[in-house]
Design a protein around this ligand. Structure first.
Ligand SMILES: CC(C)(COP(=O)(O)OP(=O)(O)OC[C@H]1O[C@@H](n2cnc3c(N)ncnc32)[C@H](O)[C@@H]1OP(=O)(O)O)[C@@H](O)C(=O)NCCC(=O)NCCS
Length: 378
C-alpha cells in the first residue's frame, strides 16, 4: 500500500533556569555596560543554571510539558534525540539519561551541531517519520552553555544563556508539518568559534586552566558576517524548496544570537521585522535551545497558530547552519502554494506507474516464458 506520511510538531515545552543575569550584573563583573550590550546585541538579560540544573534535568522538565501538550506518555515514544554541546558528561550521551529519567523505552542519541543542533535534530526526526520507521519522536534542544563561557572575557560572556526546549514530532496522514529543510556545514570556519582544550586533541591539563583554554573563543566579526549571509540565504532556499516565497511565511524564527544579525538578515530578505520573532532580549543566545525556545514562546504568545507557516533557521559553531519550513497544526497546506506537494505528487505518480509496470510484468511473465520456450523448441 502506498502511504504518504507527514511529520508534525504536536507537543512543545520549555525550561529556563530561575537565575537571571542582567547586563547590569555583568557590568559589575567585566568592563562593559548595559548601553554597549543593548545597542550591539539587543540582549538585556540571560538565564544561568541553578545549582541543581543539569542538561538532563532541564531536558526532562521541558519534555514533560511537550509530552503533555501532545497528549502522549514517554512510553509512547519511538525515539529521543537531544541536541546539545553541553551534555552532563562526555560519556554517556545525555539522551540516554533523558530516556531513563522520563521512563521511555526507546532508542536515544545526542546530536552535536552547535547552535543549529535542534533544527538538525528536527530534520533527522522527520526522516524516521517519512520513512515509516517511527511514529513519535521527542526532539530536545538544551544548553548549559554558561559552563563553557569565560566570565572574565567581555567579548563573549555577554552573549550566552542557558535553557531547554522540547518538541514532540508525530506521524500524520494529513499534509502539513515539516515541508522542507536545508542542512549545511563549512568546517573551514571551525576556528571562528571553538573551545581550544578539553577534546581528545588537547585534553584538559593545568595549562588549560591557567590559560582559560576550556572556554569559548570567538571571532565575533567573522561570525557576524557569516551569520547574516547564511541566515538570509538558507531561509530563502528552504522557503523556495517548499514552493513558497518569503511573503507566504507567517513567522520567521531565526537563531537568537544578536538583534543586529537578525535585522540585517531580514533586510536582505526584504521581510518586515514584525514578521520576525525575537526573544533574545530576555535569554541571549541559548545555542541549541535558541530556536525551539523561541518557537515555544511564539506559540504561547499566540504568534503561531494552527495552519501558520513558520520558517526557522539557526547557525552555529562548525560552522553549521540549518533551516526548516513547517506548517503548524493539522490544516491542509494550500496545494497552489506547495511545490513540495507537487514533488510528492510526482513521486507518488512515479511510484504508482512503477507498481503498475511491476504488476503487468509479473502477470505477463508466464506468457513470456511460454513464448520463449516455444521459440527454443523451434
Ligand atoms: C560580539 C559582537 C557583539 C561584537 O560587536 P562588534 O560591533 O562586532 O564589536 P567589535 O568586536 O568590533 O568590538 C568593538 C569594540 O568593543 C569592545 N567590546 C567587545 N565586547 C564588549 C563588551 N561586552 N562591552 C564593551 N565593549 C566591548 C571591543 O573590545 C572593541 O574595542 P576596541 O575597538 O577598543 O578594540 C558581534 O561581533 C557579534 O554579535 N558577533 C556574532 C557573535 C555570535 O552571534 N556568536 C554566536 C553565533 S552562534
Amino acid at each position: 500500500m502506498i502511504h504518504e506520511r507527514y511529520a508534525k510538531i504536536t507537543g512543545w515545552g520549555k525550561y529556563v533556569p530561575e537565575h537571571v543575569l542582567t547586563n547590569q550584573d555583568l557590568s559589575q563583573m567585566v568592563d562593559t555596560s548595559d548601553e554597549w550590550i543593548t545597542t550591539r546585541t539587543g540582549i538585556k538579560e540571560r538565564r544561568i543554571r541553578g545549582e541543581h540544573d543539569t542538561a538532563s534535568s532541564m531536558s526532562v522538565a521541558a519534555s514533560e510539558q511537550a509530552l503533555e501538550v501532545a497528549g502522549i506518555t514517554a512510553k509512547d515514544l519511538d525515539l529521543i534525540i537531544v541536541a546539545t554541546s553541553s551534555p552532563d558528561y562526555l560519556l554517556p550521551s545525555v539522551a540516554s539519561q533523558v530516556q531513563d529519567m522520563l521512563g521511555a523505552e526507546c532508542g536515544a542519541f545526542s546530536l552535536v551541531a552547535g547552535c543549529s543542533g535542534w533544527v538538525y535534530a528536527l530534520t533527522t526526526a522527520s526522516q524516521f517519520i517519512f520513512s515509516g520507521m517511527y511514529n513519535r519522536i521527542l526532539v530536545v534542544g538544551v544548553e548549559i552553555i554558561s559552563f563553557a563561557v569565560d566570565f572574565t572575557d567581555r567579548t563573549t560572556c555577554v552573549l550566552f544563556g542557558d535553557a531547554a526546549a522540547a518538541t514532540v514530532i508525530e506521524a500524520s496522514d494529513e499534509p502539513g508539518g515539516v515541508l522542507s529543510y536545508e542542512l549545511g556545514s563549512d568546517g573551514a570556519g571551525a576556528m571562528y568559534m571553538y573551545v581550544p582544550d578539553g577534546g581528545s586533541t588537547s585534553p584538559l591539563a593545568q595549562k588549560t586552566i591557567d590559560e582559560r583554554r576550556q572556554y569559548i573563543r570567538m571571532d565575533g566579526q567573522n561570525v557576524f558576517k557569516f551569520a547574516v549571509r547564511t541566515l538570509s540565504g538558507s531561509f530563502k532556499r528552504s522557503i523556495y524548496q517548499a514552493g513558497l516565497t518569503p511573503d507566504d511565511i507567517d513567522l520567521f524564527i531565526p537563531h537568537q544570537a544578536n538583534a543586529r544579525i537578525i535585522e540585517a538578515a531580514a533586510r536582505h530578505m526584504r521581510v518586515p521585522i514584525d514578521k520576525v520573532y525575537m526573544n533574545l532580549e530576555r535569554y541571549g543566545n541559548t545555542s541549541a535551545a535558541s530556536v525551539p525556545l523561541a518557537m515555544v514562546e511564539a506559540i504561547e504568545e499566540g504568534r503561531l497558530k494552527d495552519g501558520d507557516l513558520v520558517a526557522m533557521c539557526a547557525i552555529g559553531a562548525g560552522m553549521t547552519w540549518a533551516s526548516v519550513v513547517v506548517q503548524m497544526g493539522t490544516s491542509e497546506i494550500s496545494a497552489a502554494h506547495s511545490l513540495f506537494s507537487m514533488a510528492r505528487a510526482r513521486h507518488l505518480a512515479r511510484r504508482t506507474s512503477d507498481a503498475v509496470v511491476d504488476t503487468a510484468q509479473s502477470a505477463l511473465l508466464p506468457l513470456y516464458t511460454f513464448l520463449y520456450q516455444r521459440r527454443k523448441k523451434k
